[in-house]
Design a protein around this ligand. Structure first.
Ligand SMILES: [Zn+2]
Length: 221
């Protein structure tokens, strides 16, 4: 039997909350299975939550980070929704440094087709930093979807990999609730009901009750 083994996964996001929206339930499942998880945030997410002060956002993000309890954590201070004002080379180098420090076998990041400019830039830089190299411990790269960014793209997020997250849905909601004002009323795509519905739809695509989905960029088995 051949198994895909994930022991050290680095989750690289533009904003605090992207990891939870993209793979919050998978995060807790992987963690419970003993996978070491690292987390990188590039901005403070001000543009996504313009209705709260910077100090409040940072406090909320720190609470969520403590709940997620990553083994490795980096929080850069790039301008929110303006990462196109930073050179791609700078972002590439930040990611390369995080990969060198944490030494993951797997990386999870944004889908390259996302509407959000910061998501696109981080995804492209992950591609550069994770290019295949001889003898690299990095075997797999996955891209996740983020509600209210991925579905608004003119491209279609078409997953080819799923994580069964039955039993971990509430952890995702708990983490989302820690981000101040992140959860909206239904039918907003970032409502509790929509987040649950998305996991149910993704589950129905692969024969389970609840799942989070990914595009496989590269897997070496
Ligand atoms: Zn984001």
């Amino acid at each position: 039997m051949i198994n895909l083994s994930i022991q050290r996964a680095l989750i690289i996001c533009a904003h605090p909350d992207d990891e939870t929206l993209g793979m919050g339930a998978s995060w807790f499942k992987l963690q419970q299975q003993g996978v070491e998880l690292g987390l990188v945030w590039f901005t403070d997410g001000a543009g996504a939550r313009g209705d709260s002060s910077e100090a409040d956002r940072k406090i909320a993000a720190n609470k969520a980070k403590n709940y997620l309890a990553p083994s490795y954590f980096k929080w850069f201070d790039f301008p929110d929704n303006e990462m196109d004002t930073v050179s791609q080379l700078t972002v590439n180098k930040m990611i390369e440094t995080a990969i060198d420090e944490f030494n993951p076998d797997s990386v999870f990041t944004h889908w390259s087709g996302d509407l959000n400019i910061d998501h696109k830039i981080v995804s492209t830089s992950v591609d550069v930093a994770c290019r295949p190299l001889p003898n690299s411990p990095l075997k797999s790269v996955f891209q996740f979807e983020v509600l209210s960014s991925s579905e608004w793209s003119s491209e279609c997020f078409k997953p080819n990999c799923y994580i069964d997250v039955q039993g971990f849905e509430q952890h995702k909601l708990n983490a989302l609730k820690l981000y101040a004002s992140e959860l909206k009323d239904f039918p907003h795509p970032r409502s509790e009901q929509s987040v649950i519905a998305k996991m149910q739809i993704r589950g129905s695509e692969c024969g389970v009750k609840s799942a989070e989905s990914f595009v496989v960029k590269r897997v070496l088995i």
